[in-house]
Design a binder for this molecule. Structure first.
Ligand SMILES: C[S@@+](CC[C@H](N)C(=O)[O-])C[C@H]1O[C@@H](n2cnc3c(N)ncnc32)[C@H](O)[C@@H]1O
Length: 308
């Protein structure tokens, strides 16, 4: 079930800068400002003002000089820039994790995806761009104030309502979200970025088609452990995969080529698991878990020294 029949076409703006475009201005120190172009308006910084009219009609990538003499590079923001600078209710998924989710949860054009919670709508933007106009994204957000922030952020990014998006203010249904689709239909992907995804193993399984995939983003090791154990214990997923990604920028200047001194050391962990066919249980794991991993299974008198 796609949305190809809807008339709205979502395109990324190209060509000369035009009224209504979002523009990111970057000064020589790398500081960024974002504005929406409007004929007749001015943008003020502590380094002087810029007339929007001086940008309108210029090619993207132009340099504009403020009345105070500072040069700014003018570009339309990338989605990574946009999600990091947009208004926030809840904490957003960082671009490095959004990229991992798109790749490792295999979000494809035309996919039917359900996510919870929508939070500030950052991941919703990435997912909508990936599923496109032939796909479907249903986003649940239990907080009405966050849902409104998510809606505003997504609509600002796409320049209006996205034809593939349904935002639902409310809890991710405990019985799963497949009921929001036609009879006998199910989602290809479930993406959970919420406090307690381990409570939703059944809901994820019931939302997914056979062969579908659940992807959970969690911030702490305790959440990671509970999520993996819940998916493993539920009985309708194959063995979960868990990982984190670290992104370290590099300073490259002449002979001074080295990692940046500062990095974001932690964002979150990702877990994915595939939904097995109806009535199938996962085959026994080939590698038996270490006894010490499950103290309740350890022989009396043994020390849980090997936690791996
Ligand atoms: C960290 S935020 C999500 C951020 C979002 N992925 C983004 O990139 O902007 C987590 C959100 O999940 C929502 N939430 C938690 N449990 C939920 C549930 N059971 N159903 C729906 N939303 C839920 C919270 O209200 C919160 O807004």
């Amino acid at each position: 079930m796609g949305n190809a029949s809807l008339a709205v076409v979502i395109t990324q703006p190209r060509g000369p800068l035009a009224p209504g475009d979002q523009v990111q201005l970057t000064d020589p120190k790398g500081r960024r400002h974002r504005l929406v172009l409007e004929a007749g308006r001015s943008f003020h910084t502590h380094r002087g003002s810029l007339a929007h009219d001086d940008l309108i009609g210029k090619p993207e990538g132009s340099v504009i000089v403020s009345s105070g003499g500072t040069a700014y590079v003018a570009l339309r923001p990338l989605l990574a820039d946009y999600t990091l600078s947009m208004a926030r209710g809840a904490a957003v998924i960082y671009p490095k994790d959004a990229g991992q989710i798109l790749a490792m949860a295999d979000i494809f054009a035309g996919a039917r995806v359900v996510e919870a919670g929508a939070g500030s709508g950052a991941l919703s933007c990435w997912l909508l761009r990936a599923v496109g106009e032939t796909g479907l994204l249903v986003s649940y957000e239990r907080r009405a104030d966050f849902a409104e922030i998510a809606r505003a952020n997504v609509e600002r990014y796409f320049g209006g309502p996205h034809p593939s998006w349904r935002l639902v203010t409310g809890e991710f249904p405990a019985e799963g979200a497949a009921g929001t689709l036609g009879p006998g239909e199910a989602f290809d992907r479930v993406v959970l970025d919420m406090l307690a995804p381990w409570e939703y193993a059944h809901a994820a399984s019931a939302s997914l088609r056979e062969g579908g995939l659940v992807c959970c983003y969690v911030a702490t090791t305790t959440q990671l452990s509970r999520t993996v154990e819940a998916l493993r214990g539920y009985g309708s997923f194959d063995e979960p995969t868990a990982w984190e990604s670290l992104l370290r920028g590099w300073h490259v200047d002449g002979l001074a080529v080295r990692p940046e001194h500062r990095m974001v050391g932690h964002t979150g962990f990702l877990v994915t698991a595939r939904r097995l066919a109806d009535g199938v249980t996962p085959p026994p794991r080939r590698r038996r878990p270490a006894k010490a991993a499950r103290p309740e299974a350890a022989e009396p008198g043994t020390e849980p020294c090997d936690q791996r």
